[in-house]
Write a protein that binds this ligand. Sequence first.
Ligand code: FEO
Length: 170
Amino acid sequence: MFSKQLLDAMNEQMKNEFLSAYLYLAMAGYFEAEDLPGIANWMRVQALEELTHGEKFFHFICDANGRTDLRAIDAPQNDYDSPLDCFVYSLKHENFVTDSINKLMDLARQDNNHAAQIFLQWFVTEQVEEEASFGLIVKKLQRIGDDGNGLLRLDEELALRTFVPPAAGA
Ligand code: FEO
């Protein structure tokens, strides 16, 4: 059973995951407009992953007899100064998500809610991966600078990412 405060924070995090999907889809649109379909593909796959993160919260809240509360999502930023500017923005967003997951874990600990702590553990680990993958692309883009060929090579590399749906019950 959730405390009122923990349930509110769980619902807020569910919103943040769906908000992330919306943001990354907006970024995919930016890369499509920049004629970088490979990077757009990477962002679309990321958006799909974020939807599965939001769904994980939805199912956990329901399974633990909490009441889901789907909240309004603000319009995301659609335009960026450059691919690097876009990925720096996305890395900052992931830093924000990590911070909110960590606060949620602190709250679950305070409440002695063991089930919520075990559920959140997956997200704590996932955020390490998320920050690493966004951070690596930021570093690559910094190295690429104004090298158009380097950007096209990165576009080809990121075109290879595919969406792998989570296993049933995962
Ligand atoms: Fe689900 Fe990228 O945070």
